[in-house]
Ligand binder design. Structure first.
Ligand SMILES: *Cc1c(COP(=O)(O)O)cnc(C)c1O
Length: 238
């Protein structure tokens, strides 16, 4: 079942890319495995997945430290990180999608330096203004200028390697309604790239089970998909 759904989602990504005139190779799939046991993760990795997304530091650490998955599998932290968990993230994850504030950036810089690592990060942006969402405040385009100063400081941190932006769109039953939010993230990326051309803005992590095709239409380079591949989450509420 997991292998079939994994193949099916890959096919849907490929078709969405082609329909948008994009090269499917420009879109990477992070399989979101939060709430799912290692046996299920093993199955999706055997089916070909090599990027795994987790939202909770402790749950993820148990899985990472259990071993048993082939080397080369990358662990992507996609959920909100409390500052006190920065050390674990800096030491054990391959990517962080949810760098949402300067304080966390400063802690991660210190902890990544101590661990002798450089961590690829994405800046999580709140493009909808929903209070339930984390992220750099970016829903009012006329205020994007206000992001430049703090982001300039984040970009200067030597052990964090900014690679682009991440967002979650609001939930809609019609995923096409999410497109303006994905489009806003892309335009924010263009705005930041114009101001900081020396930095790498190549990645747009956007799109989940319910809306990834709309995200691909708007330029996603990374989609984060859980339920559509792994099935419903057994022991998590979100
Ligand atoms: C859980 C989660 C996902 C995956 O959600 P699905 O709807 O199960 O595909 C993607 N991104 C983030 C940040 C998440 O927390």
């Amino acid at each position: 079942m997991i292998a079939e759904r994994y193949a099916q989602v890959n096919e849907q990504i490929r078709r969405a890319a082609q329909a948008a005139g994009r090269d499917p190779a420009g879109i990477r799939l992070v399989v979101v495995t939060k709430g799912h046991p290692l046996e299920d993760i093993q199955q999706v990795v055997e089916a070909g997945a090599c990027l795994l997304g987790e939202s909770y530091v402790e749950e993820a650490l148990e899985k990472i430290q259990a071993g048993g998955l082939p080397g080369g599998v990358e662990w992507h932290m996609i959920g909100h990180v409390q500052s006190r968990k920065s050390k674990a993230v800096a030491a054990h994850f391959d990517w962080l999608h949810s760098l949402d504030r300067e304080k966390l950036a400063l802690r991660l810089e210190r902890d990544a330096a101590a661990a002798g690592r450089t961590l690829p990060v994405l800046l999580e942006c709140n493009v909808s203004g929903e209070q339930s969402k984390f992220g750099w405040p970016a829903w009012q385009e006329e205020r994007w200028d206000g992001l430049l100063e703090p982001l300039e400081r984040v970009l200067a941190l030597p052990h964090l390697q900014v690679r682009g932006l991440m967002t979650m769109a609001p939930f809609f039953s019609d995923p096409q309604q999410a497109r303006p939010y994905f489009n806003r993230l892309r335009r924010l990326r263009d705005f930041l790239a114009a101001h900081f051309p020396q930095a790498d803005w190549s990645e747009l992590s956007m799109g989940m089970s319910g809306d990834f095709e709309a995200a691909v239409q708007e330029g996603a380079t990374i989609v984060r998909i859980g339920t559509a591949i792994m099935g419903p989450r057994p022991d998590l509420k979100d």
